[in-house]
Design a protein around this ligand. Structure first.
Ligand code: AMP
Length: 444
């Protein structure tokens, strides 16, 4: 606890950290908590799992007193992250009698309106916060702390303008702290525009290469799903996350894992908030150990003890790849990231491989049995109406919040095969323009 004390935290907070069994500060905590408590604006380069919540919470809980005004505003890209941050603040401020509320869309606004009236700290997603501002149900005139969490994700999800609109509604005299796993030109511009003499704090990549093994299999498209089943059955694992690029593939993989007697849960942005919350409870309760998800849905989820990451689809950027694999090999534990490459992943894999710090080894395809694949099922329970057509497929022309950048180009490639009950599909349409065939095939 001495090491936390040195950072300038009060006795009340130190007591909570002892209860939570935090033994020593993480890198970002060590570097940034003293600056945050000193009132500095901060631009933090760190991602989910780095311990950044305690960084931005520290000055807030050390300095504000409950007075029924919203004094701190934290913007997060997703509802799950808003819930998670709000719960963490609740824990860290247990001895301080502060009221924190999370506000996000997909649930009734009435309760939030009542709770905001007494809240000292509000954690929210940009869309719902704007809703409250338009209805005059939140007053930001007393904001002393503004936190922008996971800004890269907020930008990816198209919240850039919403975020700025909200910033402009906050008083200029405030402490601003901004966190992002990657700092692009856009983010740098936003940060410089809305912070004052901000100090940049970066931490080493949170992927520990001594604990994390990264491998890939080069598989024909029609064996991809069978390979996943084979590996899930063969590899000894704790919790497993299987990443897909689209909602459609998430549903495809989940349904077919279940058909092959592997209990799996799916989480993506097409599900209602209630369903997403129920799924996360089940997963945390360790009832099911395989979670199939899109990047955006997984963003910010605090899931401990993930031993295996599967990339059923390769993401299109090395940033997304690093985010995915950073879910495992945490806190000194070992982990493995397994990428399943078929034709349509080669372009993405080439992009990812340009990041020289990523060492991904090729492993020969094992002998695998072809498993049964079902491609015709109805819209999953809890999916929002209108997102799926009457054959259970997501509607084609709608950009998805899970993947706004990619959906346009991937909808056709990721379509289910037309035939019912095909035994060969990998959840994707294998027909592609000839000019793309074997393009950028990874070197052996
Ligand atoms: P965060 O990146 O703030 O979401 O934190 C990720 C996870 O690490 C959460 O479960 C925290 O409770 C936990 N955590 C944060 N800081 C520490 C620490 N210094 N020691 C142990 N666990 C921590």
């Amino acid at each position: 606890m001495e090491s936390f004390k040195k950072l300038g935290l009060s006795q009340e907070v130190l007591e909570v950290l002892t209860e939570l069994r935090f033994e020593k500060p993480t890198e970002i905590q060590e570097k940034a908590i003293p600056l945050a408590i000193a009132g500095k604006d901060i631009i933090g380069g760190s991602a989910t799992g780095s311990g950044k919540t305690l960084v931005f919470t520290s000055p807030i809980i050390e300095k504000i007193k409950s007075n029924g005004n919203v004094q701190a505003l934290i913007m997060t890209p997703t509802r799950e992250l808003a819930e998670q941050v709000s719960n963490s603040i609740g824990k860290f401020s247990r001895n301080k009698n502060l009221r924190t509320i999370a506000v996000y869309g997909g649930v009734s606004i009435g309760n939030q309106i009542r709770q905001i009236r007494n809240a000292d700290i509000v954690v929210g997603t940009p869309g719902r916060l704007l809703d409250h501002l338009e209805r005059n149900t939140i007053n930001l005139d007393n904001i002393k702390f503004l936190v922008l969490d996971e800004v890269d994700r907020m930008f990816d999800m198209g919240f850039h303008r919403d975020v700025e609109k909200i910033i402009f509604r906050c008083p200029k005299d405030r402490q601003t702290m901004l966190f992002s796993a990657t700092i692009s030109g856009d983010i740098d511009h936003l940060a410089k525009k809305h912070t004052r003499n901000a100090i940049e704090v970066a931490v080493e990549s949170y992927v520990d290469s001594t604990k994390l093994k990264q491998i890939y299999y080069d598989t024909p498209n029609n064996l991809k799903f069978s390979l996943l089943v084979h590996l899930l059955n063969k590899e000894k694992s704790n919790l497993v996350m299987v990443f897909c690029n689209t909602r459609r593939n998430v549903d495809f993989v989940e349904k077919n894992l279940k058909k092959n007697k592997i209990d799996a849960l799916a989480i993506h942005g097409g599900l209602t908030q209630n369903r997403r919350s129920r799924i996360m409870k089940e997963f945390h309760g360790n009832k099911v150990h395989v979670l199939v998800c899109t990047d955006v849905a997984a963003r910010g989820l605090d899931i401990q003890d993930v031993s295996h990451i599967y990339n059923y689809d390769l993401p299109s950027s090395s940033d997304d790849y690093v985010h995915r694999i950073g879910r495992t090999a945490r806190a000194g534990k070992e982990g493995i990231a397994i990428s399943l490459l078929s034709d349509r992943d080669y372009n993405n894999f080439s992009t990812i491989s340009r990041n020289e710090s990523l060492k991904i080894e090729r492993v020969n395809l094992p002998k695998i049995e072809r498993v049964h694949i079902e491609t015709n099922y109805s819209s999953p329970r809890g999916s929002r109406q209108g997102r799926f057509d009457n054959r259970g497929r997501p509607s084609q022309n709608r950009p998805s919040r899970d993947n706004p950048r990619r959906d346009k180009s991937q909808n056709s490639r990721d379509g289910f095969k037309g035939s019912r009950g095909s035994r060969q599909s990998s959840g994707t349409n294998t027909r592609r323009p000839a000019r793309n065939r074997n393009f950028n095939r990874p070197r052996r």
